[in-house]
Design a protein around this ligand. Structure first.
Ligand SMILES: C[S@@+](CC[C@H](N)C(=O)[O-])C[C@H]1O[C@@H](n2cnc3c(N)ncnc32)[C@H](O)[C@@H]1O
Length: 333
């Protein structure tokens, strides 16, 4: 992951500055990044490429699955402790959401916060982001909504808004932090601490280490929605880079590594084959796999220690009764 700090613009809120029209295109696939991953000794694709319009819709379906406990558990924790959280955050916050996706969770947050001033959702899935932001803006007329289509692992700029917030609240739900290795997660948390600024904070959802059977079931659902989500990235490469993946020749696999504390999601080649991507031939052996996503799980203490290293002071951690999922409120002093 590149170093963001030098180039990442801080959010600025300036009276009377006209807002630029929001962009609604997806962040385009980067052919050289895709090829570098697919020609490496261990083939890989970044999970950020999952999220075109179809990928975002499939992720929303995953969130409703019986086996996929993170979404409903995180929502329940936020619902239960929303009033306490609002007191900790304070009035007139600007909420900056990294990897926003569906607007369900931010609605719950905005409903609890005291006079929220602005909402800046950042996502690679531009078309979906624009729809979600438009719906939200019409339901929350007092909140300035300004979506930003950007890859948050690269330097990006946040818009100026015609309001003056009292504080910045970075919001990173869904345990998207788990998609990053622990070293990358530290870098990303440092970017978020810089964005929250002294007096601000980060509200982050983090999936917990637990019974491996519960974790495995969440990524191997019986209806095959996660498999469809995983394979959709190949359809996207075919459409946008003219690749020649035959989706029938790959299968979904998600394996939990208890030592590493992470799910490894894979696309396994079911035969020996050669796929062409942007005019480059990529051979795959039978049973060779492409890693498409990690989902790291943390203990509460492990995550708090990481947050401290990134410059945060852990203020509060909430969990559900079954201790499946944690929600942390971290302050910048
Ligand atoms: C696991 S989903 C979580 C969605 C939602 N925040 C939730 O809690 O359910 C990850 C979201 O982050 C977005 N995303 C993933 N990688 C990204 C990146 N590098 N830059 C910007 N957005 C990204 C995806 O498009 C998707 O909406």
């Amino acid at each position: 992951m590149p170093d963001h700090d030098s180039q990442l613009a801080s959010i600025g809120f300036v009276d009377g500055v006209p807002l630029p029209p929001p962009d609604s295109r997806d962040v385009a696939l980067d052919a050289s990044e895709v090829l570098a991953g697919l020609t490496a000794p261990q083939k890989r694709l970044s999970p950020k490429w999952f999220y075109d319009q179809r990928g975002s819709e499939l992720f929303d379906e995953i969130c409703k699955l019986a086996e996929y406990y993170p979404t409903r558990t995180e929502l329940a924790v936020m619902r239960k402790h929303g009033a306490e959280l609002a007191d900790l955050v304070g009035p007139r916050a600007a909420v900056i959401e990294f990897g926003a996706g569906s607007n369900t969770k931010v609605r719950l947050l905005l409903d609890h916060l005291i006079e929220p001033a602005a909402y800046v959702p950042v996502d690679v899935s531009g078309e979906y982001l624009a729809q979600q932001a438009e719906e939200l803006a019409s339901d929350y007329p007092g909140v300035h909504v300004q979506p930003v289509v950007a890859d948050f692992t690269q330097p990006f700029e946040l818009p100026e808004h015609p309001v003056t917030p009292e504080t910045n609240l970075v919001f990173f739900p869904g345990s998207t932090i788990g998609n990053f290795t622990r070293a990358q997660a530290l870098e990303l948390l440092e970017v978020m601490a810089a964005e929250a600024k002294p007096g601000g904070g980060l509200l982050i959802g983090v999936d917990l280490r637990k019974d491996p059977a519960v974790i495995s079931a969440a990524y191997n659902d019986s209806r095959g929605v996660t498999a469809e989500f995983n394979l959709n990235v190949l359809a996207r490469l075919n459409r946008e880079l003219g690749a020649t993946f035959d989706l029938e020749r790959f299968r979904h696999e998600a394996v939990y590594d208890e030592d590493q504390g992470r799910i490894e999601m894979r696309l396994v080649s079911t035969c020996a084959q050669t796929v062409t991507i942007a005019s480059v031939d990529v051979p795959l052996e039978q049973d060779e796999y492409i890693i498409t996503e990690y989902s790291h799980k943390y203990s509460i203490d492990e995550f708090r220690a990481l947050a401290r290293r990134a410059g945060f002071v852990p203020a509060r951690t909430w969990v559900d009764d079954d201790i499946l999922f944690s929600v942390h409120y971290l302050k910048v002093q």
